[in-house]
Design a protein around this ligand. Structure first.
Ligand SMILES: Cc1cc2nc3c(=O)[nH]c(=O)nc-3n(C[C@H](O)[C@H](O)[C@H](O)COP(=O)(O)OP(=O)(O)OC[C@H]3O[C@@H](n4cnc5c(N)ncnc54)[C@H](O)[C@@H]3O)c2cc1C
Ligand code: FES
Length: 270
């Protein structure tokens, strides 16, 4: 069920990286219903520009307090306006929207792969999975400054790769993942050491690379995709991607059928 909350109170807004902000609002309805991987559509500012709402993944929830947290990087006018809001002001939010991650399992070994702001929804996911599963994360960013601070505040093992080497290992996070997968399986497929499930969110090239790797190791992979959105609720067809279902080519709406998909359902333009 989704809610339109026209005046959600802003609990806090803090800077958590270079041009990265973490915004917490009070909305008991959204906090209660939200599932990891879902997003909300936020109205940025009070004028007609930008006209359209902006989609942000749910970064975390505190259900007992009714709080919902988003983390975002300033990339344009909407996110700039969002960053100017202060605690005590209000925000017009619709959510939770879309299909989140499938998490109906326990006792599994889980790998989380997050790139840049793609780490945001994996934090909410890790909160839900960490009680009954063993988690390990692979976080990537272009540089230390672009790695959100919440990425390193988690209480499970994580490895960091930055493209400029300013934090963790120099290189791509997918190189790290590949190394770990080959080490776990030592040339054989699907030993007990390997991951049972992988979850990834981040830039498209990173997702495409993880989607190529996962089947080689027989590991089911769920991906959270981004797409430019207009309506956010399946009405405008503005967010469609090429997909495959039951062996046939089709189209999915990222806002309604996703943003989370099984990797094998996505067709990449490569
Ligand atoms: C389901 C979903 C979840 C998202 N979650 C997050 C999140 O948790 N944190 C976060 O920082 N960002 C997230 N995004 C991206 C975020 O919505 C955009 O950065 C934001 O809408 C940009 O708005 P703007 O007005 O600041 O920039 P604009 O002026 O609209 O755009 C600035 C630049 O960013 C590009 N851009 C805009 N929207 C997107 C998009 N959806 N995907 C890729 N490029 C885009 C534009 O092409 C342009 O180059 C998410 C997007 C989707 C679809
Ligand atoms: S944004 Fe309108 S259909 Fe997805």
């Amino acid at each position: 069920m989704k809610f339109h909350v026209p005046n959600a109170a802003i609990v806090s807004q803090v800077q958590t990286g270079e041009n990265i902000y973490t915004l917490t609002i009070s909305s008991p309805d959204i906090a209660r219903e939200a599932q990891p991987g879902q997003f909300a559509h936020l109205r940025c500012g009070n004028s007609a520009d930008p006209l359209l709402r902006r989609p942000l993944s749910i970064n975390d929830v505190e259900r007992d307090k009714g709080w919902v947290t988003f983390s975002y990087q300033i990339v344009g006018k909407g996110t700039q306006l969002l960053s100017e809001l202060k605690a005590g002001e209000t925000l017009d939010v619709i959510g939770p929207l879309g299909q989140g991650f499938k998490t109906d399992f326990s006792g599994k070994k889980i790998g989380l792969i997050g790139g840049g702001m793609g780490i945001a929804p994996l934090i909410f996911l890790s909160r839900e999975l960490s009680q009954e599963n063993q988690l390990q994360a692979f976080w990537g960013a272009r540089s230390k400054e672009l790695l959100p601070t919440f990425a390193t505040a988690v209480e499970f093992p994580y490895a960091i790769a930055t493209e400029d080497g300013s934090s963790g290992r120099k290189g791509l996070v997918t190189e790290f993942l590949l190394e770990q997968l080959s080490q776990d399986t030592q040339g054989t497929q699907n030993t007990e050491e390997s991951f049972d499930f992988l979850f990834a969110c981040g830039p498209k090239p990173m997702l495409a690379a993880v989607a190529r790797l996962a089947p080689k190791y027989n590991i089911p992979l769920q991906l959270s995709l981004e797409s430019v959105m207009a309506c956010g609720v399946g009405a405008c067809l503005g967010c469609t991607i090429k997909a495959k279902k039951h062996g046939k080519e089709t189209q999915f709406k990222v806002c309604q059928d996703g943003p989370v998909f099984w990797a094998e359902e996505v067709l990449w333009d490569e």
